[in-house]
Design a protein around this ligand. Structure first.
Ligand code: ZN
Ligand code: ZN
Length: 359
């Protein structure tokens, strides 16, 4: 991936030049990983307008850095941000752009002492913006993360029956994903049964699943740094009319959302396409979250798709579409896919069936 990382640093360098800064100090670890390939708990990167860069990490990761990004100059020091700020000043940088959404007030005081005068200027979320549109190598990793997620669902579904607990299903999904090649779960799996399904982000617990429950499973695999995200709701034992009605409603809303996904579409309009289906059925108040979010090196990243978020979708942007309806005391339904925006319509990465299953 060396060439990819070089190209990413050159794109960032262009943005740094546009901002009139002399260099950018990248401190968010996920952004350092995106720009170098180095996955560590302590590293920072100094990027100049021409795309050349200096990496700083501590002794635990120096060997890994040499292996992963041998093309980069690497300074070994524990105080990564301070070391690179001193380096920028020494190289003659007057304006150093920094990630204000990451640097703490405490660190900012130290950096400002190192780079006085006009010194530190905000970079904004420039690297997050670059990360939004994925290259095909990244999409291939996401595709594999989602395929593992699909296979784990198929493997664990036979275990879903009255008498099993939410936690047993969550653990089985997570263990199966790792057995199938995932690094680990992409996030804490949600298994919400019966009335617990009314909480969109229920904390999986020891509730025993019973006949007549709807069970919502929201989970995904992490594969080589990339996060899959899928939700399916399944009925156990029997199916009441209201459960079928709510399922049909959410399924229609999800399809309307998928149909609205295309390059150039406004994220607010995509949210509205799905949300209007639910509002028209009189359940607008029962859908209290946004329609979806970007996925990649983070489980939630740009772009966010909500009723209060504007912005245009572009090709090669992976997003989720995940409407839900939650009825207090009774239960809920959510259906979520991870997909990639493509000119001819979205490429679904999670491919598990959305037909209503009664197990
Ligand atoms: Zn999810
Ligand atoms: Zn999601």
């Amino acid at each position: 991936m060396g060439d990819l990382h070089i190209a990413r640093r050159e794109r960032l360098g262009g943005l740094v030049a546009d901002q009139g800064a002399d260099a950018a100090l990248v401190t968010r670890l996920v952004n350092v990983r995106y720009l170098t390939g180095l996955d560590s708990s302590n590293a920072a990167l100094l990027v100049r307008p021409d795309g050349t860069a200096v990496l700083c990490t501590d002794g635990r990761y120096a060997g890994m850095a040499a292996a992963v990004c041998p093309e980069l100059e690497c300074v070994v020091d524990r105080a990564v941000a301070l070391t690179l700020t001193a380096r920028a000043v020494k190289d003659g940088a007057g304006r150093l752009a920094f990630e204000a959404h990451d640097v703490t007030v405490e660190l900012h005081v130290k950096l400002a002492a190192e780079a006085p005068g006009p010194g530190l200027v905000p970079l904004g979320r420039a690297v997050e913006e670059l990360r939004k549109i994925k290259d095909e190598a990244e999409i291939a990793l996401l595709r594999e993360a989602c395929a593992i997620t699909d296979r784990a669902f198929d493997a664990v579904l036979p275990r879903l029956r009255p008498g099993v607990t939410e936690r047993e299903i969550a653990t089985a999904l997570e263990r199966t994903m790792v057995d199938l090649g995932a690094e680990k779960p992409a996030f804490e799996s949600i298994v919400a049964s019966g009335p617990n399904g009314a909480f969109p982000h229920h904390h999986t617990g020891d509730r025993v699943i019973a006949a007549g429950d709807l069970v919502t499973m929201d989970f995904g695999a992490l594969y080589d740094g990339y996060h899959a995200d899928m939700t399916r709701t399944v009925a156990v034992g029997t199916l009441a009319d209201w459960q079928r009605d709510v399922y049909d409603l959410v399924q229609r809303a999800q399809q309307a959302g998928l149909d609205a996904v295309r390059p150039g579409a406004d994220t607010k309009a995509i949210d509205a396409a799905a949300r209007n289906v639910i509002v028209d059925a009189g359940h607008g108040d029962d859908f209290p979250h946004g329609l979806g979010h970007g996925v990649g090196l983070e489980i939630h990243e740009a772009p966010l798709m909500g009723y209060d978020r504007t912005g245009k979708l572009e090709g090669r942007v992976p997003v989720t579409v995940e409407p839900g309806v939650y009825l207090g005391g009774r239960g809920g339904v959510r259906i979520e896919d991870t997909l990639v925006v493509r000119p001819g319509g979205p490429e679904l990465l999670t491919q598990t069936s959305k037909e209503l299953l009664v197990v």
